[in-house]
Design a protein around this ligand. Structure first.
Ligand code: GLU
Length: 309
């Protein structure tokens, strides 16, 4: 028997929800709800400079307005450093961590191989420093986890096959910053693992994070979830509907539309329905199927005009 699905939505409360976030929330809700599963909400507020409690409250209010009810809200990440400490110590005991003293400019050195998304491959500079060399350093280190020379592969429900050799494509990556704050990769792995998440549905921009998270899942003894990375929303004329479209944030959308109208437009764009007719999230769950979305590299919001009426 298939395991009871557990999905989640893990927004960063750093502003009002935008059309793209609404779409991610909707799909992450539909997938488990169409199969009698649960949906968890979690605030990813590690970046305390950008996130605010009032944005988290607005997010909850926007989700309720959309009719996306959550079964459980797990503890916000900013409250969980003691939990992350335990996993960090576990890695340390396994001798998988090392302190890294590189400055930002050393890391982004023009000689370092760069990935297409602008990030660099860590050259292993601080991996083999001796204790004496470490003692000479005058700055607080970040902590990196050593990665194996091995491919991590997944079959994404939308994007298909994706693989990365962690050593040659990424290099050892940071799990705790020099100021003691844990990074997204560690926190998300611990939180998804501890809450029994079976599927991760989120924006396409995080596809490249999945192999690192799969490696940490392996180290911590968590099962790999299924992944679905959602393509970027596009306007009919080929323009990206980015966060800069302020007129497509929930503050504006809610003044112009009913939730069923907004969901109807998104469902149609995703290929879930034949028309953009209004539909509730609950009704949409009865026709939801990943096979209808699979293989899409772009999602064009053909009925974009409707969102401005
Ligand atoms: N907190 C991330 C965001 O808002 C999502 C992380 C995830 O879903 O894994 O973009």
């Amino acid at each position: 028997m298939e395991k009871r699905p557990v999905g989640r939505f893990a927004p960063t409360p750093s502003g009002r929800m935008h059309l793209g976030n609404v779409f991610a929330a909707l799909l992450s809700w539909l997938s488990p709800k169409s199969r009698g599963g649960d949906w968890i909400l979690r605030m990813e507020d590690l970046d305390t400079l950008r996130t605010k409690a009032e944005y988290a409250e607005l997010l909850r209010d926007d989700l309720r307005w959309l009719g996306l009810d959550w079964d459980l809200e797990t503890e916000a990440q900013s409250l969980r450093s003691a939990v992350y400490d335990r996993y960090f110590e576990e890695l340390k005991e396994k001798n998988l961590l090392f302190p890294c003293y590189c400055t930002r400019s050393q890391l982004h050195n023009v000689n370092a191989p760069h990935l297409s998304d602008g990030t660099y491959v860590y050259a292993g500079t601080c991996r083999n420093l001796t204790e004496a060399q470490r003692a000479e350093k005058k700055r607080l280190p970040s902590w990196r986890v050593m990665v194996p020379d091995r491919e991590f592969a997944l079959t994404d429900l939308i994007q298909g096959d994706y693989r990365e050799n962690l050593l040659t494509d990424r290099g050892d990556f940071v799990v705790r910053r020099a100021d003691g704050v844990y990074v997204y990769q560690l926190a998300v792995t611990v939180d998804d693992g501890e809450s029994g998440v079976t599927e991760v549905v989120r924006g396409w921009d995080l596809l490249g994070s999945a192999p690192r998270q799969m490696y940490l899942q392996e180290l911590f003894g968590f099962r790999h979830p299924e992944y679905a990375h959602i393509p970027m929303l596009m306007a009919p004329e080929g323009r990206r509907l980015s966060k800069r479209n302020q007129d497509l944030d929930m503050g504006a959308l809610r003044t112009r539309l009913k939730p069923e109208q907004l969901i109807g437009v998104l469902a149609h764009a995703a290929g879930l329905t034949e028309t953009a007719a209004p539909i509730s999230a609950v009704e949409l769950a009865t026709v939801f199927d990943w096979a209808k979305i699979e293989g899409r590299t772009e999602i064009v919001v053909t009925e974009l005009d409707t969102l401005y009426r």
